[in-house]
Design a protein around this ligand. Structure first.
Ligand code: DGY
Length: 325
């Protein structure tokens, strides 16, 4: 039965309040089992749909987008990152792409500090010791980690999330260094040291936090050469995209002790993470949960819906239209 409303295909199972609004405003096909569509399955399922609401992890490659039915006019991703959608291929088909900026800034910055502290303070080893009934009591030398207060934090990518990370780190009296395509105005820089050349920032990073998007320029940016420029015993944190890190190089540096620790929420090729991370005591690892709070996931869904509604119900440009460069 057709409702006369625009049709939207949800590629994933979204939070209940998000799906309720999606179903109220559109003729929506939900995915309660959270079945993953591969490219051909998505192309087939999208027949007759006006919009697709997808998420990080759905690979909307150039080939998939080229094969989408002509009914599809918008792809709204439930994520701020959109490297999983080939935006240029969408533009060639006249398909609008939107994302969900702003709403996950705080949650992602929070998880960055969790990764930073968890790595520095050897949280994984402590938890493992307890869970394995291995704690025999407090000792003066047990699980001594890296002190955070007063240390230098280098942030690669000083956008919204990078700035929110800096704000939190200032509460730990960390000295902020950053590298970004453009220097921030003084009011946003708040005394942080700007490095126009990211490589030149590395020797100043007791901690390095990756908050830059995944682009051809940032792919495997944290490589052996750059790790060698960090101070001995530095800590690397990545809550942006796994592909920014060369896993082989990072794992080797964690094993050799060149780096004290790493705190990672994202992985190249996730969820199939590099096997070398398993069992590494100085790797504090989380399963891409930076935005995973009820408030944030609802806000991401509502933001995706704002875009779908503007475009499909009111024939307006989606407020978070992703522009092709
Ligand atoms: C995003 O929105 O890009 C996040 O990585 C998903 O939490």
């Amino acid at each position: 039965m057709t409702t006369g409303k625009p049709r939207v295909l949800a590629t994933r199972h979204f939070p209940a309040d998000v799906e309720a609004r999606l179903a109220a405003n559109f003729d929506a096909l939900l995915n309660p089992d959270d079945r993953i569509y591969d490219g051909p399955a998505l192309v087939k399922a999208a027949a007759g749909f006006d919009g697709i609401m997808c998420a990080a992890g759905d690979a909307l490659t150039a080939a998939t987008i080229a094969a989408l039915p002509s009914s599809v006019r918008i792809i709204a991703t439930f994520s701020v990152g959109y490297e999983h959608v080939d935006v240029a291929a969408a533009a060639r088909r006249g398909i609008a792409v939107s994302n969900t900026p702003d709403v996950l800034t705080d949650a992602t910055a929070d998880i960055t500090l969790l990764c930073l502290l968890g790595a520095a303070r050897r949280a994984y080893e402590g938890m493992t010791m307890l869970q394995n009934h291995g704690w025999t009591g407090w000792t003066p030398t047990q699980l001594m980690g890296v002190h955070v207060t007063g240390k230098r934090l280098g942030i690669l990518g000083m956008g919204r999330i990078g700035q929110a990370v800096a704000d939190r780190a200032r509460a730990f009296r960390m000295q902020i260094h950053y590298s970004n395509r453009t220097r921030l105005p003084a009011a946003l820089e708040k005394g942080a040291v700007f490095h126009p050349d990211a490589d030149a920032m590395l020797p100043h990073c007791d901690f390095l936090s990756i908050n830059a998007p995944m682009t051809p320029a940032t792919r495997k940016w944290v490589n052996a050469e750059r790790i060698a420029r960090l101070p001995q015993g530095a800590v690397v944190v990545n809550t942006a995209r796994g592909g920014v890190v060369d896993d082989e190089a990072l794992i080797a540096a964690l094993k050799s002790g060149r780096l004290a620790a790493a705190g990672l929420d994202v992985f190249d090729g996730e969820p199939r993470i590099h096997a070398g991370y398993y069992g590494l005591p100085n790797a504090f690892l989380l399963p891409h949960m930076g935005s995973a709070t009820v408030e944030t996931r609802n806000a991401m869904g509502f933001r995706a819906l704002d875009n779908l509604e503007a475009f499909l119900l009111r024939s307006e440009s989606p407020p978070d239209l992703v522009k092709t460069s």
